[in-house]
Ligand binder design. Structure first.
Ligand SMILES: Cc1cc2nc3c(=O)[nH]c(=O)nc-3n(C[C@H](O)[C@H](O)[C@H](O)COP(=O)(O)O)c2cc1C
Length: 362
C-alpha cells in the first residue's frame, strides 16, 4: 500500500467510476461513526451534500455534521467489491472536513459536480443545502495486482465512453425465484426496446417477443409445457417421484415469475439460398442474433433494478408453446425469460477467468 497526498490518474478514474463512498467521522470523545455517502471529486476536494434523502433528523443535527463541528478530521473509503476477487480495489483518504454553506467558495462547483454524477440531484434544491468538503491529507489505494493483462484495468478502460458496462455484465445473474411483485408494463416495453438495438444479420431483426404477465396466460403455458415435458422425461426413463418434483419446480418457475418474455426466432425476412449449407448458416446467424437480443434485455433489466432468468424449455416444445399461446407458425419459440425482482441471492456457478477463455492472443 502506498501513501500519497494527491491522486494518480488511475485513482481519479476509479473515484469517478464508483458511486458510493463511506465517510467516517468521530465525535468529541473520539467515538467513530460511518455512513455511506454520494460524493463528487473536483481533483482536489471531495464533496458530499446534506441532501433531501429521507433522514431521521434535520440536516444540521445529523451526527456526521455534529462530529465534523467537534472534530474536522475525517476519513473516506471508496471501494469496489466483486465476486471476481481480481477486481477488488479501494481508495482510502484521510483529511479535514469543512461544511460549505450556500454562497461559500466552492459551493456552486460542488453542486454542479454532484448533479453531473447523480441525475437525482437535479431535482433537489442542492444550492440551498450544506455540503461537506473534504481536503485529503493522506491517501492510500489498493487493488489486486494480476499478471493477467486481460484483467488489468487500464486507465483508458476506466474512461472510454463513460458507460460503466462491466458492473452490469458482472452483476447480471440467472435468477430462478422471484418476489411476488409485479413488473411495470413500461419496464417490460423498455426491455424490448433494448432488444431492438441488438446486431442482426442484414439488419433483419429475426426475432419477435411474447410478453406474458396475466396469471391465466402463464398457467396455460406452464400446463402445456408440463405435459410435453412429462412425455419426454418418461421417454428418458425418469422415476415417477423425480419426474413429479422436476415438473412441479418447472411449473412454479413459470407461474411465479411476475413476467415472462418468450423470445422467438422469426425467419420470414431472412435471405433465401438454393443450397442447404448457406441456408443453415443464415439460420445460425439468426439464432446468434437472438442471443444478442436476449442479452440486451437481460442487461437492460439489470440496469433497471430487475432480475431475469433464462429457460431453454420452449426450444424443446416449440409446437406445444405455439399452440398454448396461439402463435403463428412463423414464430419459433426459443427461450423463456422470467423477469421480476429476486427473492433471494441465487447460487451462481463460477465464471471462468478471462485467461482460460482466450485460447490465442498474438
Ligand atoms: C441458451 C441458454 C439456456 C439456458 N437454459 C436454462 C434453463 O433452462 N434453466 C436454467 O435454470 N438456466 C438456464 N440458463 C442459465 C444458465 O444456467 C446460466 O446462465 C449459467 O449457469 C451461468 O449463470 P449466470 O447466468 O448466473 O451467470 C440458460 C442459459 C443459456 C445461455
Amino acid at each position: 500500500m502506498v501513501a500519497r497526498t494527491s491522486l494518480t490518474e488511475d485513482e481519479i478514474a476509479f473515484v469517478q467510476r464508483q458511486r458510493v463512498a463511506r465517510l467516517a467521522t468521530a465525535d468529541a470523545e473520539g467515538r467513530p461513526f460511518v455512513v455511506p455517502v454520494c460524493y463528487a471529486f473536483d481533483g482536489a476536494r471531495f464533496y458530499t451534500p446534506l441532501d433531501e434523502k429521507p433522514k431521521r433528523v434535520p440536516a444540521p443535527q445529523l451526527k456526521r455534521v455534529r462530529n465534523i463541528q467537534a472534530r474536522p478530521a475525517v476519513a473516506l473509503v471508496i471501494d469496489r467489491y466483486d465476486d471476481d476477487w481480481s477486481q477488488l480495489a479501494y481508495l482510502q483518504v484521510a483529511g479535514h472536513a469543512k461544511l460549505l454553506a450556500p454562497g461559500d467558495e466552492g459551493h456552486i462547483t460542488a453542486v454542479a459536480l454532484l448533479r453531473e454524477r447523480y441525475p437525482q440531484y437535479r431535482a433537489m434544491a442542492l444550492e440551498l443545502s450544506q455540503i461537506i468538503a473534504m481536503t485529503p491529507t493522506t491517501l492510500a489505494s489498493w487493488r489486486v495486482e494480476t499478471q493477467d493483462s486481460a484483467q488489468q484495468t487500464n486507465s483508458w478502460l476506466e474512461t472510454g465512453r463513460g458507460v460503466d458496462f462491466l458492473p452490469l455484465a458482472r452483476g447480471r445473474q440467472s435468477v430462478r425465484v422471484f418476489q411476488d411483485r409485479p413488473v411495470p408494463r413500461v419496464a417490460l416495453e423498455e426491455l424490448i426496446e433494448a432488444a431492438r438495438w441488438a446486431p442482426s444479420p442484414h439488419g433483419a431483426q429475426p426475432w419477435r417477443f411474447v410478453v406474458l404477465t396475466r396469471p391465466e396466460a402463464k398457467r396455460a403455458l406452464a400446463e402445456a409445457m408440463g405435459d410435453e415435458w412429462r412425455r419426454t422425461l418418461a421417454m428418458d426413463g425418469e422415476g415417477e417421484e423425480v419426474l413429479a418434483r422436476r415438473l412441479r419446480l418447472s411449473r412454479l418457475r413459470i407461474e411465479q415469475a411476475p413476467a415472462l418474455i418468450l423470445a422467438c426466432l422469426y425467419l420470414s425476412d431472412l435471405d433465401r439460398y438454393p443450397d442447404l449449407d448457406r441456408q443453415r448458416a443464415e439460420e445460425v446467424m439468426a439464432i446468434q442474433s437472438l442471443g444478442a437480443a436476449i442479452q440486451n434485455m437481460l442487461l437492460a433489466a439489470f440496469s433497471f433494478g430487475l432480475d431475469t432468468g433464462w429457460m431453454c424449455a420452449p426450444l424443446f416444445a416449440q409446437q406445444t408453446v405455439r399452440e398454448a399461446l396461439d402463435l403463428d407458425i412463423s414464430l419459433v419459440p426459443h427461450a423463456l425469460i422470467p423477469v421480476g425482482y429476486k427473492a433471494a441471492e441465487p447460487r451462481r456457478r463460477p465464471h471462468r477467468p478471462t485467461n482460460e477463455l482466450i485460447v490465442r492472443f498474438d
